[in-house]
Design a protein around this ligand. Structure first.
Ligand code: PEP
Ligand code: MN
Length: 337
């Protein structure tokens, strides 16, 4: 439930309410907004049902959170979450474009993507060092060597990096390198990984599972948030349907739905969402029109020889052309790229 506090409530009064909530075995999450401070009481709310928290000094009202996810819900926090990463603000006016190859293949290949995407206006470099591949015989990623290549590309371009972690045992090494952790679609319900990432002080992008409902997606985000890490970015990347013209069906209505239900930033990945480079630009533009806070786009200097996802990767000139279109669209929407 949400305990709404009166403006001007004293610290010791807040502390008394927090202690009362915690004495029933619930967790108290303080959220200090510009106008109001609220406390989210998370846990078995029935334990608090008979408690008259409303009679505590400084408490204005007590409201139930009706959704099964609590901390990530808009009910709990009406204002948008803005995540700061190396001076960049995700979830604010600026639309962030994270671009780079599907997999890190070599130093030369990463730089061949990183330098032109930076020039075109991307604000993060993406690239997988640990790859979740459907076949055990496909390229599995370079692992730590790939992380080194990404770090070198960050030095050269100044772009912060985002890379996927597949296994909780790799978290230490991946965290040493990356600015943002990525949890891929296949791991959206790896609850051990979610819980471990929730204990870290590192922004995390959580991608929607291949067949996950929006409620399941938000409950996975809640696993991270309830451990303490609230710097979560959601990413719609297409879901499985009966359609075969595209690799997945990009669910763009998820964007406004998520914006209603949660305060977390919402990104869209039109590369995995379609599986086709020729559909990336139209769906990227549509995603921004639908209200996305950012995009995750695969760019490869030579898609024809890519070790993964070549057919959906843009060449740098096509990416630059898309960025020009995005800049114009952003102006029309009162945003910026
Ligand atoms: C990726 O972004 O490289 C990736 C593997 O995406 P997803 O988890 O959405 O399939
Ligand atoms: Mn990929």
């Amino acid at each position: 439930m949400i305990v709404v506090l009166k403006p001007g409530i004293r610290r010791d009064e807040i502390q008394r309410v927090v202690e009362r909530i915690e004495s029933f075995g619930l967790r108290a999450h303080l959220s200090e907004g510009e106008e109001r401070t609220i406390i989210g009481a998370i846990g078995d709310e029935r334990l608090l049902a008979d408690q008259t928290l409303e009679s505590f000094p400084g408490v204005e009202k007590v409201l139930p959170i009706l959704k099964p996810y609590k901390l990530v819900s808009r009910e709990f926090q009406p204002s948008n979450t803005v995540i700061q990463v190396n001076g960049r603000r995700i979830g604010d006016k600026k639309i962030h474009v994270m671009a780079g190859p599907c997999s890190v293949e070599s130093q030369e290949q990463v730089l061949g993507a990183a330098i032109p995407v930076k020039e075109a206006g991307a604000t993060f470099l993406r690239g997988g060092a640990y790859k979740p591949r459907t076949s055990p015989y496909s390229f599995q990623g370079l692992g730590p060597e790939g992380l080194d290549h990404l770090a070198h590309a960050r030095e050269v371009t100044g772009l912060p990096i985002i890379t996927e972690v597949l296994d909780p045992r790799d978290l230490d090494v991946v965290c040493k390198y990356t600015d943002v952790l990525q949890i891929g679609a296949r791991n959206m319900q790896n609850f051990k990984l979610l819980t471990d990432v929730g204990k870290l002080d590192k922004p995390v992008m959580l991608k929607r599972g291949l067949s996950a409902t929006i409620q399941e997606f938000l409950l996975s985000a809640e696993y991270i948030a309830t451990e303490g890490n609230r710097r979560i970015i959601l990413c719609e990347r297409g879901i499985r349907t009966y359609e075969t013209e595209t690799r997945n069906t990009l669910d763009l209505s998820a964007v406004p739905v998520l914006k209603q239900l949660t305060h977390l930033p919402v990104f869209v990945d039109p590369s995995h969402g379609t599986g086709r480079w020729d559909l990336v630009a139209p769906m990227a533009l549509a995603a921004v029109a639908a209200g996305a806070d950012g995009l995750l786009i695969e760019v490869h200097p030579k898609p024809e020889v890519a070790l993964s996802d070549g057919p959906q990767s843009l060449k740098p000139p096509k990416f630059a052309a898309l960025m020009e279109q995005l800049k114009k669209l952003a102006v029309a929407l009162g945003r910026e790229v």
